[in-house]
Design a protein around this ligand. Structure first.
Ligand SMILES: Cc1cc2nc3c(=O)[nH]c(=O)nc-3n(C[C@H](O)[C@H](O)[C@H](O)COP(=O)(O)OP(=O)(O)OC[C@H]3O[C@@H](n4cnc5c(N)ncnc54)[C@H](O)[C@@H]3O)c2cc1C
Length: 486
């Protein structure tokens, strides 16, 4: 199985990653990406270690593969899959949203529902079969950009001024499709092997040129990644910014300058209905978002640990009002964990025999995520008070002869050394106040779609209101103005 070193070596491939007006020569060396890439390498090493039980036999390749890329075919396999996802999530404490298991999970459903890629505009099912086999056998790290760029949400791309702002087909050649345009927002793209491009937002009949689905290596000619401001380079040290330094996964706008997508990399070509089917008729949206909730739950439990420890250090944990706040935090977090486990408990096989987690539980937890996460952060913000600012300017103050004496004396708590206290509160700041933390708030609120989409399209539609309305109708039918019906 692919090791972390092999993954890091493979990133030196001439990819076009743009930061501060120029192309990055080597993402494994650049301060914006090297630590995040190292974190991903650690994940590959964890998967390669048989002691972590992340490997299993995959029938599609008749060989060993990473469970996080495999389609579960029994309840036991679903549970083992969750445990494998947890193994990775615990390593990053949930602070890496787009580890390779995220998009890889979507492909485990695409690759087992090939019929969806046999479309009216071409049969691309063999392409998907072969691509999925590559993910399994090569442990590919695929990122994705499946949202049209934010230009105007008043119309879809066909209504925008300016050609090909969203990525679309310019022409077909014997070799494949020539695509031009952009797509948001490939988290992890700069340090991934490949990027999957498609569109999950509904398109109109005039948008057919944008109704495509394909995957390409990041190093493809003409493919460019425009990264947001990276936070890791400005982080003074691991001690000052323990999360920013390790987990600043890059987000980027993906731009295609008349890029050739070879035919064997095309999964859907100009087919609006097939775009929806790939996500919603294969189980991919459910299993993929279940992975995301497992990761989210892991992160929330890490934050719970920080909150509890802060109250211990500050001596506030015996105060009933503080215990109530910790209780609210516990309720929010156990609600998410329960959603994950309830989705597993209510999972059922689909027509292809793939076990798909229960939608009511999954989309129920997701529906509140845009409120749960900010509330969790607000509670932690409340509990830490000004302690996150009563801190040395950097770790240098802690070792300088000029400053360390005062800091050791004044910044401490009963039974807690200055170093321990500062460490804890600097971590808390990286959760609630750093630029990295702000990006995380945005991530948790938006990664699965804007809240109006998650609640309106996923939670509402998958709750199963019909069942309860039928029950209610039965109840209402039992009496009328004349009393109880016989
Ligand atoms: C940190 C981060 C990482 C991301 N990583 C990825 C990634 O790896 N891959 C990927 O494909 N995408 C990624 N995304 C993009 C994400 O999928 C989108 O942000 C999400 O789908 C919402 O789309 P949008 O940002 O264009 O918001 P919009 O759809 O423009 O919505 C923004 C707001 O406008 C309002 N609004 C807009 N339209 C309507 C409407 N019709 N009805 C009611 N209100 C409306 C709502 O208030 C809404 O919250 C990421 C986003 C973030 C923030």
């Amino acid at each position: 199985m692919r090791t972390g070193k092999e993954y890091l070596d493979s990133l030196k491939d001439g990819r076009t990653v743009l930061v501060d007006g120029k192309a990055v020569e080597d993402v494994t060396e650049h301060p914006a990406f090297n630590r995040a890439a190292k974190t991903m390498a650690e994940l590959f090493d964890l998967a390669a270690d048989p002691n972590n039980n992340m490997q299993a036999h995959a029938e599609e390749i008749d060989g060993l593969a990473n469970r996080v890329f495999m389609a579960p075919r029994s309840s036991e396999e679903l549970k083992l899959r969750r445990q494998a996802i947890e193994c990775w999530a615990k390593h990053t404490h949930g602070w890496v949203g787009r580890s390779p298991d995220h998009v890889g999970t979507f492909f485990s459903c695409f690759g087992t529902h090939l019929e969806v890629f046999n479309t009216e505009n071409g049969d691309f099912s063999e392409n998907m079969r072969n691509y999925y086999k590559r993910i399994l056998s090569e442990n590919l790290y695929v990122s994705y950009a499946i949202i049209p760029p934010q230009v105007s949400r008043a119309t879809t791309a066909s209504g925008w001024e300016g050609d090909y702002l969203q990525v679309g087909v310019v022409r077909e050649t014997e070799e494949g499709l020539i695509v031009r345009g952009s797509q948001m927002l490939a988290t992890g793209g700069a340090i991934a092997d490949e990027v999957f491009i498609t569109c999950i937002k509904p398109l109109g009949p005039d948008d057919v040129d944008f109704a495509i689905s394909f995957a390409l290596p990041i190093s493809t000619d003409g493919l460019k990644l425009y990264c947001r401001r990276p936070y890791a380079p400005a982080a003074t040290s691991e001690f000052d910014y323990p999360l920013t330094t390790r987990y600043d996964e890059p987000d980027s706008l993906v731009v295609f300058d008349d890029v050739l997508v070879p035919w064997d990399r095309v999964f859907i070509n100009r087919d609006i209905a097939a775009l929806r089917s790939q996500f919603f008729d294969t189980g991919a949206h459910v299993l993929g978002n279940w992975q995301a909730q497992i990761r989210f739950s892991t992160k929330l439990k890490f934050i719970a640990g920080v909150a509890r420890k802060v109250t211990q250090v500050n001596g506030t944990d015996k105060i009933p009002g503080v215990q109530e706040k910790l209780g609210e935090l516990a309720a929010l977090i156990s609600g998410v964990e329960s959603g994950v486990l309830a989705a597993e408990y209510t999972a059922e096989p689909d027509a292809a025999g793939v076990i798909i987690p229960g939608k009511r539980a999954l989309y129920g937890a997701m529906g509140l995520q845009a409120e749960t996460y900010p509330r969790v952060i607000t509670i932690l913000r409340d509990l830490v008070g000004g302690g996150v600012l009563q801190l040395p300017s950097s770790v240098t103050d802690m070792v300088s002869e000029v400053t360390k004496g005062d800091l050791e004396h004044y910044i401490q708590s009963p039974g807690v050394s200055s170093e321990e206290r500062v460490k804890l509160f600097k971590l808390a700041w990286d959760i609630i106040g750093s630029e990295f933390s702000g990006r995380h708030q945005q991530y948790e609120m938006f990664y699965a779609g804007a809240p109006f989409v998650v609640k309106g399209a996923y939670t509402y539609r998958n709750f199963g209101y019909e069942e309860f309305v039928a029950e209610l109708d039965d109840f209402l039918s039992q009496y009328n103005v004349h009393g109880k019906k016989e």
